[in-house]
Design a protein around this ligand. Structure first.
Ligand code: ATP
Length: 336
């Protein structure tokens, strides 16, 4: 594995939370001799102002020479004809086909459930988000939902491999009773791939029932895998069960490269105030360390975050405290 990762600070609160994550990384590196170097890459609004594009070619080249990327939130312009957002460009360029969102209860955090540990694996390149949308005339539009055997196989393998490391259960969320071509293909491939993983239990649930059960009986799930649009919706639903945006990390995984980023956006309303919660970024670093094989450092980081939250001495305003990003970061480092 390449021993360098790349870093995009991002926009809004991005630089604040990524600075925290890097300070935490330095502490872990000192203690566990992780040995990964990092390079900082220009992307997002700052790059747009300098180069007229949010992801200049030299940044893509620099990222290509690293094992993985720690990315802060970047602002995506919503004007007609504006370029794609940075994460979308990176997902396409590096074919990051699986989006992984852990949904794990954290101590001391107000949430609907205190005993959840679910992993949502979402297909990231096909479905309704493959970009095949057309205006037939000014009043009629159509979108094409793409589902391929190859796309399904690779994302299901990621889900089953993750389940092998956990409680060995994968649930497919689908709607094959209505989507008789696309989701039926996914369902068939799901059971074919499941035969490669004899120790993992494969089950299925219609996505609407799954959305309901996530609220009513979420403890029944270990790994949930589903296509792009369904996954987009249920992963936000699930993160609300355990305390929301400031705490939720994510990974985008490909065959040879991966990007790790907090789920939250650039939060312009609190940017520059020094009060952003850095935990989603710090837990994204934890996922990066696992990907890079630094298991000990990753486990220590997760324990440090959990201790910091249960002690409750330095909580940011979104967690009901009055601490700053820096205070919370210092506590995490103390607990490493
Ligand atoms: P974007 O357009 O970049 O997605 P947004 O404002 O639409 O930005 P978020 O940035 O995700 O969406 O923010 C939604 C709300 O959650 C805001 O009120 C924001 O302040 C809050 N929030 C998001 N991330 C954090 C964080 N890390 N710490 C504290 N509050 C946060």
């Amino acid at each position: 594995m390449n021993s360098k990762f790349s870093v995009i600070y991002g926009d809004g609160i991005g630089p604040e939370v990524i600075t925290s994550a890097l300070e935490v990384y330095e502490a872990l590196n000192e203690k566990f001799n992780v040995g990964l170097e990092y390079i900082v890459v220009d992307a997002g609004l700052s790059a747009y102002k300098k180069y007229g594009t949010n992801l200049p070619e030299q940044s893509i080249n620099a990222i290509s020479e690293t094992c993985c990327l720690l990315k802060g939130p970047t602002t995506t312009l919503e004007e007609p004809g504006s370029e794609l957002g940075v994460p979308v460009k990176i997902r396409k360029r590096f074919d990051l086909f699986a989006n992984i969102r852990p949904v794990k209860s954290l101590p001391g955090v107000k949430s609907l459930y205190s005993d959840l540990d679910i992993l949502i694996v979402r297909e990231n390149t096909e479905g309704m988000y493959s970009g095949a949308e057309y205006m037939i005339n000014k009043d009629v539009s159509i979108g094409v939902r793409v589902a391929t055997r190859a796309g399904a196989e690779r994302v299901f393998r990621v889900a089953f491999r993750e389940a092998e490391k956990r409680r060995r259960q994968v649930t497919l969320g689908h709607k094959a009773n209505v989507l008789k071509a696309t989701d039926m293909l996914y369902k068939q491939v799901f059971y074919e791939v499941s035969r490669e993983f004899e120790l993992v239990k494969a089950s299925e649930m219609h996505i609407d029932a799954l959305a309901m059960n996530l609220i009513l009986k979420p403890q029944q799930f270990d790994v949930i895998v589903t296509e792009n649009l369904f996954g987009d919706i249920i992963s936000d639903e699930a993160s609300a069960l355990v305390g929301g945006l400031g705490l939720s990390p994510s990974a985008n995984i490909g065959e040879r490269f991966a990007m790790f980023e907090p789920v939250h956006g650039s939060a312009p309303d609190i940017a520059g105030k020094g009060i952003a919660n850095p935990i989603a970024a710090v837990l994204s670093l934890k996922m990066l360390l696992e990907w890079a094989g630094a298991q000990k450092a990753a486990s220590s980081l997760e324990s440090a975050v959990r201790s910091t939250l249960s002690e409750g001495r330095a909580l940011t305003p979104d967690l009901g405290g009055s601490a700053t990003t820096k205070d919370l970061t210092k506590e995490i480092i103390k607990n490493i």
